[in-house]
Design a protein around this ligand. Structure first.
Ligand SMILES: *[C@@H]1O[C@H](CO)[C@@H](O)[C@H](O)[C@H]1NC(C)=O
Ligand SMILES: *[C@@H]1O[C@H](CO)[C@@H](O)[C@H](O)[C@H]1NC(C)=O
Ligand SMILES: *[C@@H]1O[C@H](CO)[C@@H](O)[C@H](O)[C@H]1NC(C)=O
Length: 273
């Protein structure tokens, strides 16, 4: 049997005592950074929409392989979907049928943002948001969230009438689904209205909505015209409750890790004292 020299043992013990506070500080920092426990199997987003007021929309998503796979893969990273009600989809079908397969997929993906928002989070967000259809600067596909009182509205420059959030279909982190009363028209697929509303989010009095067929006939399919979009004016990104793929992380991240480093140093100092 070996016998350790007493001196070596003492040195080793001292080293362990010295390193212990550092190790626990690192663990504490890691625990702060980790999200709560990973959720179980991802929910079936089209099935959830169907069960709510959005059977027709869910059916369109199921029939578009690109949209379906993008929706399902977005679920894990956090997603908020705005599904138009069956009535809204019915009125929009003539325009929808006119779109190419790519256009259809983009339109469907335009109805979700890659960030999980509670209704409360949504109500405290104003401004442009990227959608699942956003693909770099060439395919902006952004929509504008505007809150007026208790009403969440979604706007694009292609329509005078905002879509309004009507009800919560599903809300369990990381997936939220809200029913909206109109199909959202991206300017990438539909002409902006000539008389674009002023960018200022003036409190919206409940004006009667234009009949949707009258509204649709004004929109011709097109690509790549430049829109005098209100979104460009107040281009401050909306508050994002939670980091997610694509459009989050960037500005907040360095700040957050600096903060964590500061906490780690403070904890280490406290433990060592
Ligand atoms: C999701 O539910 C729909 C029925 O609404 C079903 O057709 C589809 O296969 C389901 N998808 C998955 C991945 O379970
Ligand atoms: C569909 O496209 C055709 C040809 O471009 C156009 O004449 C028609 O108005 C469009 N219909 C709708 C509902 O957008
Ligand atoms: C939103 O998209 C439009 C055109 O599609 C673009 O002009 C505008 O800069 C975009 N806004 C933001 C904040 O990305």
């Amino acid at each position: 049997m070996h016998r350790f020299p007493l001196g070596a043992f003492a040195a080793a013990a001292a080293l362990v005592l010295l390193l212990l506070p550092l190790a626990s500080a690192a663990t504490a920092a890691k625990a702060t950074a980790k999200a709560p426990a990973a959720p179980p199997a991802p929910p079936n987003i089209t099935a959830l929409m169907s069960k709510g007021a959005c059977k027709a929309f869910a059916s369109l998503v199921s029939k578009s392989p690109d949209a379906l796979s993008a929706f399902q893969s977005a679920v894990g990273g956090g997603v908020t979907a705005f599904c138009p009600t069956d009535d809204a989809v019915r009125g929009f079908m003539p325009s929808y049928r006119n779109l190419s397969a790519d256009g259809k997929a983009s339109l469907l993906l335009f109805h979700a943002v890659p960030v999980y928002y509670t209704l409360r989070g949504l109500k405290s967000s104003n401004g442009p948001m990227n959608t699942l259809a956003t693909d770099g600067a060439a395919s902006n596909y952004n929509l504008t969230v505007q809150n007026a009182g208790d009403q969440v509205t979604l706007r694009t420059p292609a329509s005078d009438d905002p879509a309004r959030v009507r009800s919560t279909v599903y809300d369990r982190d990381p997936v939220a689904i809200y029913a909206v009363d109109a199909v959202l028209e991206p300017v990438e697929l539909f002409d902006p209205v000539a008389d674009a509303p002023a960018p200022a989010p003036a409190p919206v009095a409940d004006a009667p909505r234009a009949s949707s067929s009258a509204k649709r006939t004004r929109h011709q399919r097109r690509r790549g015209a430049d829109a005098p979009g209100p979104a460009a004016d107040d281009a401050t990104p909306a508050d994002q409750r939670k980091d997610s793929r694509k459009n989050a992380a960037a500005p907040g991240a360095p700040c957050r890790s600096r903060w964590l480093a500061a906490v780690a140093v403070a904890v280490a100092a406290a433990l060592a004292a």
